[in-house]
Each structure stands twice: as structure tokens, then as C-alpha cells.
Design a protein around this ligand. Sequence first.
Ligand code: ATP
Length: 744
Amino acid sequence: MSRTRHSDQQFALDLDTEPRQPTASAIDTRHLFSRAETMDHLLDQWQQRDWLRPLDVGFARLIRTLSEEQGEPAPPLVLLLAALVSHQVGRGHVCVDLANLLQDADATLALPPDEADPVGTDEDATTAAPPAPGEVLSRTSLNDCLEALAESSAVSDGSLTTPLVLSGTRLYLRRLWQYERQIADGIHARLALTSPLADPDSEATATLAEALEVLFGSRPGVDFQKLACALAARNRFAVITGGPGTGKTTTVVNLLAALQAVASQSAQRNGRKYRIRLAAPTGKAAARLNQSIGDATSRLPLDRLPGQVTLDDIPTRVTTLHRLLGSRPDTRRFRHNRDNPLLVDILVIDEASMVDVDLMASVFEALPSTAQLILLGDKDQLASVDAGAVLGELCQRATAAHYTPDTAGWLASVVGGTLPDELLDPVGQRLDQAVAMLRTSYRFGDGSGIGKLAEAVNTNALDGAMLAACRDGGFDDVIWLNGDTRRPATDETLARIADHAISGSPGAFRNRGEGRRVNSQLLPPPVGYGHYLSLLNNHSLTEASGRDAWDELARQTLRAFSDFQVLCALRKGPWGVEGINDLVARQLLAHKVIPRAEGWYSGRPVLVTGNDYNLGLMNGDIGITLSVPWDQDDEGRPAHTLRVAFPAADGTDDIRWISPSRLQQLETVYAMTVHKSQGSEFNHTCLVLPDRISPVMTRELIYTGITRARNWFSLITGDAGVFRDSVKQQVVRASGLAQGLIEQ
Ligand SMILES: Nc1ncnc2c1ncn2[C@@H]1O[C@H](COP(=O)(O)OP(=O)(O)OP(=O)(O)O)[C@@H](O)[C@H]1O
């Protein structure tokens, strides 16, 4: 069978086609797999019900057109699978594993969606409901699918430029297959590079061991931070994963200091230090890392390290990945790529769980082939918004480590100590030897409810005792405001959320949240949004105040705003971000702490929802609207105007003031989705869960929501059972990255 190469441009056609007019005829299921028109009709009906996006159906249609142009009409089964793989990509999967799809289509596809019209209750009684995807797929088999795909000119194993790629039983959109390959190749090539540090008897290894001894000292048992440093130093690609406060930042700063010590002693490098860059996926995450990197760097015992390592050798500026790679307006292509690589020897990416396959592939493309890449992140957090779960997949085996005897021996000579047997594996894979998991949280002490609750959620151990402790004041730092009511009245609960959002309900915490110490520091009691608004409403600045004074007020207000954040699982409805934003704004207006509840007003907090390269704003940036006296009235006197204050993008303490009229994509942010909160941390976080479960409410989502709280966590549920049930739901994203690394 001949196959023709299609240009990439053809595949990039705008697939977001207009939906076709509804067709009233019933689907003749006998011809589903023999007539493309019948399959087309079925896909149309699924689209009309919002089960599929126009993009998914458009993609299937494009394949049909391209195949017909080749004189080889695509089998209807291929059209079906094309639409479904596109649907899955929209849900964050990199591919569809056909074996899983055929085994349990409903669960794999989450179709029909819960909120859609139930099948069989079509409003138009003359129209029979279309069969659901699960029912359609039950009429075929894995073999049929593989055969149909093998015969289609739209499919190849990737060696031809076809819109679909089949790898084993995994079916990909070509673009995503390419990203995955690029990542796997980049990792594999780096893991195959030999380093002088791999030789336990080399001078470089002796310097590394000496530096690690200075930085960490020796302690009984395994020091996982020291171990992580050693492994990451030895490999050109490494992952350090750990929950909140397990010392990822501390570890990486020590690692960079140790590597600079090795570089400065290396004859090969002639004393040249490494060029190091630090990056994070969002501005918010970059700003947070800036702060903690700065703190950790200032504690380095540089004078005791081997070599001449100075503060200048450890970068403290963290940039966003988009900025690092050189994003350009109106194109997805970055300035830095294979032809124009980054000038860097070591790149550290924090919050790597948020990086999707597309962006990660761009990182590998822009990195020089020998540059070292270190990923930091929490493997248990929600995966990226767009397709892929790169960090999660690379860390699949992190808990049990799987270190080989060779790695264990090397670690013993560099780090000291003996690894426990349960972390050893004589047949551990190459990647395992470059992954380290930090296991002790220094942020949450032993008594911390936030730490305990997060762990219980993560390990699916949310038992009655834990729920009772949250409900009945068993912890200093956790409250479940309405945990005593199984199914509270919606109005009452929403009113409670509104009150809580203003005050933070310190009275509901033990001792009103007073007198609590964390790491011997006395904490102020928990607050709500009333806190930052009172700062804003009671300042004493005037027209005569200089720009510095206004900058300082903005800084303080932004800091105070980050002391509290309501997080929602959902976007829409009364329990979602939209409903809660509206609810809180109305309550703040009723308390007269904001002048209006809609449009622009002093005190309005906003979240940027799309990158704006011209303004230098990134998706996820948060700003606060202030009334500033920088306008002039008709007589030339100073007049107040609204400006939105954003923290500087470069991680400095500067403030950027932007006129509201210039801001295009944004929303009010009294509430934000847990997804959007990734990479951020708030002193007090309130997680709102709705009154019924939905597929988006998963263990990862609840864990991410809880771990956004640094010191205080409150939970409000529309139905108590939803909390427990969400933790039982776990989503595994289909991808072939881990498999690809094994097969290389
Ligand atoms: N080995 C250690 N001994 C004592 N304290 C530590 C140790 N490692 C880290 N810490 C402290 O724990 C806190 C959290 O550390 P760090 O910021 O490095 O963790 P992280 O994993 O990067 O945190 P996050 O989850 O917020 O990104 C810091 O105050 C740090 O000083």
C-alpha cells in the first residue's frame, strides 16, 4: 500500500470548523464500520451533545478528506479513532492506548460526560439517541483497530509524515508523538553521557564528596537531600522530587554550589565555572523560587567549600521558561531552538509537574546536547494543564528508588551510609539512577495537620479518624468548617464561604490561631481578604507621595493578598470559581470594603489568564487594582485613576503598574481553580468542594489544593462525602514516555 507524505502545514489546518447543522436522522449502526458517512454522522451527533469538540470531529474529517485525496478512503474505524485520540489530547493525554480503550472505553474516555444529556432522553422524540462511544467500540476489537490503522494512509509508525502515529498499541497525534520522542531522546542521550563523577576514584568525585560533606555533614541513616545532590551531580539529566517543604530548593542550591566546586577544581574546565540558569513554568512560581533560592544561597558555607566558589557563581534570578526560551508574539516557536541554543551548562526547572510535553520538548530542543538538565517538582501534584504528565511519569518508580548495586556502591563512597534494601534493585533502569525523592518535610512539623492530611490524601488513607480530626479541631492548622453536616443546605454553606473569605475565621481555629509557632517562629493568626483590603483602604498616601511610596503600598498589598486564597475544584456553577468570585465580591461590597462588585474598582484582585508578551504578563500572574493619583483633571490638578499593580516579571522587588484598559485576558481572583494555583503558595488556603463529585475531582487535585497552604488550611464542602470520594479518584494520563525510555 502506498503512503504519501503530507506537509505539516496541511495538518495544521484550522480544525476548529463550524459545527454542522443538526441532523435528525437516527444512526444506522449496521453501517457504522462500513460507511464513512454513517461514522461522520455519528461523530456529528456526539459533537452536538458536546461529547466531542468541533476540533475532534474536524480532525477526523480532515483525515477523511486527505485519505480520499489519496484515492484510499479512510476506514470509518480510523475516523472514529482519530476523533477519539484528539478528544483524549484535549483531556491532557498524550495518546490513546487502544488496549485500554477497548477494555474500558467509558472510563478511558469519560464519555458520555456526567453532566451531558443522558443517553436515550433526547429532547426530540423523533430522533433516537446516538449510541455512546463505549457501545460503538464494543462492536469492534483491538485487532480490528490495529488492522484498520495499519491499512490507512493517515497512519504510520512515525517514519512517514502522517497525521496519526501508531506505536505498539498507542495511537498519537503526530505532533504529540514528536514531542514525546524529542523528550525521550533528550533524556536518553544525556543519561548515556559519561561523567568523570561516575568514577568513584576520580578527583572530581573526591571534590564532590568533600563539598557534600561541608554542605550536609554526616548523620546516621540516609540523608536523602545529600543523596539527591550526589545523583543529580553524576548525571546530565536528573529529577529531584518531593512534597512541599522537603527541601527541593535547599538541595538544588547545595547541588549548584557543589558542582561549582567541582568545576573550579577541574583541570578539564580550566577553572571555568558552569553557566547556570534557573527557570519555572509560571511567573508566580519563578517569583516564589527567587525568594527561597535567595534565602538558601545566603546560608551557603562558601568559605569552607573546596575550590573558590563565590556567591556570584550561584544564580538567584529565576526566569519563566517562556522568557528563557524566548517566546515571540503570535508564534509558538521560541527564539532559542536547535539552531540557536541556550548559552547554558546547567538548567534547573522548578515546578516541573506543570510543564507539558510541548514545552518540555522545546526545552530539550533549545538545550545544547551536553547541557545538564535538573527537574524539580512534586510528582503527586496535578499534572500540567495541557497534554502530558512528564514529571509524574519520570517519577513513577521514585518511591521504591530501584537503585542498582553499582549506584549504591557509588553513593556509599560519595555520600556515606548504606541504602536500605527496599531501595535497591539489581535490575533498576538507567532512569531510576537519576531520580531522587526527598522524604522529610521540614515545612510541616510532626504536629502539622496540613502535612498529615496531605499525606493521608496522597496515600488514599483518609480514614474516619483523620476526617474527625479535621472536623473536631484535632489540628492547630486545619479546620473543616462544615464537616459536621453531611449534606448542608447550599444557601447556608455559600453564606459561610462568603463570611470565611472576609475574615478567614480565626475563631474556628484552636486558640483563635494565636500563639502558634512553626520552626520556632510565632505565626500571626489566619486572615481572609479583609486583611489586604484594610491595608488598602487605610493607607495614608496622598497626591504628594512619591512613586516609591506607592510601589511599597502595592508590594505590601500583594503580599497581604497572598496571605489568603479560596481555591475551587470547578470553574462553573455556584461552587465554581465564577460563582464564588461573584459571591465574595458581593459580600465585600455589603461590608463596604470595596466600592462596587463588578467591573474595575480599587481592591479588585485579578488573575492573568493568557500570556501577553507585549505587556510582559504571563498566564497566572496576579495583580491588584489600586486607585493612584497619577491622572490630571481638566484644570491640571492630580486626579485619581485605577492602575493594576503586578510584581516584576524578573523576580525583583519592582512593581509594574498597568492601566486596566490594556489588560485583555483576566478574571477576578477571589477564587481560583486548584489547577491555576499550582506553583503558588498561600499562608492560608480555603478549599471549596462542591455538593457532588465530578471526574475532575481527583486525589491529585485535593492534594494540590491542600499543599498550597503554608500555615493554615480550611475546608468547606457542599457534601461531606465528596471529599472522601474525590480522593479515591485518580487519573492516569496515557503516554509512552516511560516506555520509550526503557525501549531505547
Ligand atoms: N535538611 C534540612 N534541615 C532543616 N531544615 C531544612 C532542611 N532542608 C530544608 N529545610 C528548611 O525547610 C524549609 C523548606 O525548604 P525548601 O524551600 O528547600 O523546600 P521545597 O521542597 O523547595 O519547598 P516547596 O515545596 O515550598 O517548594 C526551608 O525553611 C528550609 O530552610
